[in-house]
Ligand binder design. Structure first.
Ligand code: S3P
Length: 423
């Protein structure tokens, strides 16, 4: 489906509840599958990626029932007669499941779509191999053929700050003899640590190091907060469309995910946190966002993992900020659903932005009146599609975004929610 986007007649006004967090939804369904008994997941994401995790867990023997909530019943042990497990577009599904499947007493094959089959898997194959795993890959890419083995714990210093890598190793550690410790160069999102601890795993945290021991998980009621990575598109639109003012309810505010808010504050954004609470070990809150005069800034170092998925939409915001924005240390963006440095720079340039690619990020000069009037590509990447939609709201002439349905990967509600704020 192609999507036409043009300047709104007025601005964004009103209030909405942000859809469920994708990262936390994956973990809720995967970890509940390991817990003997019935877990209740409230506010499970409708995105295709978490549904890929759910489908795989079903193939691994759990019972899943959707009523108001999602009920997962597990014997506590996985088993499968179907070795082929399709992860769709989801890197989180593949990397987390690889950690779990490496330590089972059966074999399995993890496959993915065209984009996922091009993404690097060496980052998990290397540490899992050190734990005793046997994984055959296609040149360190999917499909991953996993020969279930008994594993032993390791002490691993990860060369990259990646929650998927950290989680894959920690999940393998739940099935390994001896303790497993992972140390990261910078702190990446810590949903795995918080949820494993909530489900009574033997886990401890010491600065940038996390240690797990072989554990059985307890089934729980898990309530998923709204996704700050989805909220980012509404935040961005409200900040750059003149006269806008919106309220976003139930936004996940885990500090390992709120780098976007910190950067926007530095750029001069008028964002207020109205109410905070902790649900299922995760911090959430409501946000009020008003149109703001923004100034460019430098984004680098340990903040990068805290806003990695928001960089494409930050680039859009930076086109509407006075002066220069420089994004550095973000080379891992090239390994996402698309090479997000190249793809966002190419597409924003087409719309009229003054933006240049660098090896580990980009430089954006603002404030620019984007001309638009062109067709934009999504590169099969949901975050590109949503970022370009936001850019379209400030273009002089209408743009056409091709293959817009890629938004369904994380937020099928995207169009409906934007229409709600734009009318
Ligand atoms: C995720 C971690 C991040 C993020 C991805 C989801 C997760 O990837 O980009 O969208 O749920 O653990 P990396 O850990 O590879 O940086």
């Amino acid at each position: 489906m192609n999507k036409k986007v043009s300047k709104p007649k007025i601005c964004l006004k009103g209030e909405l509840t942000v859809p469920s967090d994708k990262s936390v939804s994956h973990r809720a369904v995967i970890f509940s599958s390991l817990a003997k008994g019935t877990s209740v997941i409230k506010n499970f994401s409708k995105g295709q990626d978490p549904l890929s995790s759910l489908e795989i867990c079903k193939k691994l023997g759990i019972l899943a029932e959707f009523k108001d909530n999602l009920y997962i019943t597990s014997s506590g042990k996985l088993n499968t007669s179907k070795t082929d497990l399709y992860c769709g577009n989801s890197g989180t599904t593949m990397r987390l499941m690889a950690g779990i499947l490496a330590g089972q007493n059966f074999n399995s094959i993890l496959t993915g779509d065209e984009s996922l089959s091009k993404r690097p898997m060496k980052r998990i194959i290397t540490p899992l191999y050190l734990m005793g795993a046997k994984i055959n890959s296609n040149n360190e890419k999917a499909p991953l053929k996993i020969v279930g083995q008994s594993l032993h714990g390791i002490n691993y210093s990860s060369p990259i700050a990646s929650a998927q890598v950290k989680s894959s190793i920690l999940l393998a550690g739940l099935f390994a003899d001896n303790k497993t410790t992972v140390t990261e160069p910078y702190l990446s999102r810590n949903h795995t640590e918080l949820m494993l601890s909530y489900m009574d795993a033997d886990i401890s945290i010491n600065g940038l190091s996390v240690t797990v021991a072989k554990s059985e998980l307890t089934p729980k009621v898990i309530e998923i907060p709204g996704d700050i990575s989805s909220a980012a598109y509404f935040i961005a639109a409200a900040l750059i469309v003149p006269d806008s003012e919106i309220i976003l309810k139930n936004v996940g505010l885990n500090p390992t995910r709120t780098g976007l808010l910190d950067v926007l504050k530095k750029m001069g954004a008028d964002i207020e946190i109205l109410d905070k609470q902790t649900i299922s070990n995760e911090l959430t809150g409501d946000l009020r966002i008003k149109y703001s005069d923004l100034t460019g800034c430098i984004i680098e170092g340990d903040i990068i993992p805290r806003l990695i998925d928001e960089i494409p939409v930050l680039a859009v915001i930076a086109t509407q900020a006075q002066g220069q924005t420089v994004i550095k240390d973000a080379q891992d963006l090239r390994n996402k659903e698309s090479d997000r440095i190249k793809t966002i720079v190419t597409e924003l340039k087409k719309l009229g932005a003054n933006i240049e690619e660098t090896p580990d990020g980009m430089i954006i000069n603002g404030k620019i009146n984007l001309q638009g009037g062109v067709e934009a590509e999504t590169y099969h990447d949901h975050r590109l599609a949503m970022s370009l939609y936001v850019a379209g709201l400030v273009c002089k002439k209408e743009i056409l975004i091709k293959d817009f349905d890629w938004v369904n990967i994380s937020m099928p509600e995207f169009d409906e929610l934007f229409s709600h704020l734009l009318t």
